[in-house]
Design a binder for this molecule. Structure first.
Ligand code: PMV
Length: 388
């Protein structure tokens, strides 16, 4: 088969990657840990095809032809062709790549992670590559290396200057903690953000807090959260997740000039989660923020209904929310908060529409391959299907 199609998941870090020790090889300054989200709700899908008839390498992303010379893409292709097990001159055949996400790019969900993991998984199969493929995904986008596996995943920073030991490894599969759930809250925000690659570089050059984070906080915290995941200790998991998000964003503020990713709504969500945990006298929900204003909440299935009820109360959707598909992903039955809880929370209700929508999902498996030719995004001639 000279054509392969697969889907790959999004991942959301609980111990954040922020800082590169080598920019061109994409080697991080600290380990990071994430959960892989279920591809049933969110995924990138990619078809790769090689043929002796193709005149040149081409790529289409979300319906548009893009520049194949993109250096990160070239890194992936170089790495693949180096490790290829294809016989004869097939290695020199040109490639067509077509990829799309099943979620809006505007959701700010690090779509590059799912995209590059999907590309690495598809290419590895096409070129019959054995062994670790996280290194190939990493050469496209750092956090992508954590999306080539399911469950909870740790990306080891490694120490080799060529990056041979900077790999992602699974901590536990998705089935280990089946009660774990994820709620992505997409915050309305028009603000233009500093791209993460630029933010990281600036932090490394100017933030003393980042040095503290690299040397002291993360090495200890990564081991502790890994243990909490293995032991399914939600309270410890949640506390460390929130602390790590806070430290990453504190580092961004300590950067000069500062990188501000969270906005007032993000901060109100933080406030609400702490008030809720205090009111129920337990740690039931954790928040985490990437390089943007959207919140990702980690919580257990049994608490989802109550938490969404509280979110609906304090961040009411717009009147026409049903038309806008306000609640996406797995079905949610929100329960109305009691008067007693509302009194304990004692917070301000926001005007409708501060959250654009929410996506409810769970921890899932790594990339999946398709065997049915109908699933390909390229036709027999290597042209994108359904695209003008
Ligand atoms: O892989 P990048 O360059 O998109 O960086 C992602 C960095 C964060 O999302 C902020 C943190 C992480 O570990 O995913």
């Amino acid at each position: 088969m000279n054509v392969i199609t697969c889907i790959a998941p999004v991942n959301i870090a609980v111990i954040k990657y922020w800082g590169k020790r080598d920019e061109s090889l994409i080697l991080p300054t600290n380990d990071s840990i994430s959960a892989t989200l279920d591809t049933d709700q969110l995924h990138a899908k990619t078809t790769v095809m090689i043929s002796q008839d193709f005149k040149e390498d081409c790529i289409w992303l979300n319906g548009r032809e893009e520049d194949i010379k993109n250096p990160r893409l070239q890194n992936c292709l170089k790495e693949i062709r180096k490790r290829s097990q294809l016989s004869g001159n097939m290695n020199d055949w040109k490639i067509h790549i077509c990829s799309k996400n099943n979620f809006p790019t505007a959701a700010g969900l690090a779509s590059s992670a799912a995209g590059y993991a999907c590309l690495a998984a598809a290419l590895a199969k096409l070129y019959r590559i054995e062994g670790d493929i996280s290194v190939i995904a990493r050469s496209g986008s750092g956090s992508a290396c954590r999306s080539v596996m399911g469950g909870f995943v740790r990306w080891y920073m490694g120490f080799d200057k060529y990056g041979t030991d900077s790999l992602a490894k699974q901590i536990v599969p998705a089935s280990h903690w089946p009660e774990m759930r994820i709620l992505v809250l997409v915050v309305s925000d028009e603000q233009k953000k500093v791209p993460s690659a630029i933010g990281m570089k600036r932090s490394l050059e100017t933030s003393e807090l980042l040095q503290h984070r690299i040397m002291h906080t993360v090495p200890e915290r990564a081991n502790k959260i890994q243990q909490a995941i293995v032991e399914k200790n939600f309270k410890t998991f949640a506390e460390l997740t929130m602390k790590d998000s806070n430290e990453m964003h504190a580092t961004c503020l300590d950067t000069y000039p500062p990188c501000v990713y969270m906005n007032d709504i993000s901060n109100s969500i933080v406030n609400l989660i702490h008030s809720y945990n205090d009111a129920v006298n337990d740690v039931k929900v954790a928040y985490t923020f990437d390089a943007g204003s959207n919140a990702t909440l980690y919580l257990l299935e049994k608490d989802v209904s109550a938490v969404v009820g509280v979110l609906d109360y304090f961040f009411p959707p717009l009147e026409n929310a049903e038309n806008l598909e306000y609640k996406r992903g797995l079905p949610i039955n929100a329960s109305e908060p009691s008067q007693n809880l509302l009194e304990k929370l004692n917070l301000r209700k926001h005007p409708p529409g501060q959250l654009k929508y929410m996506i409810y999902t769970k921890v899932g498996d790594g990339p999946k391959y398709f065997v049915n030719p109908e699933d390909h995004l390229l036709d027999g001639q290597g042209n994108p299907i359904n695209y003008p």
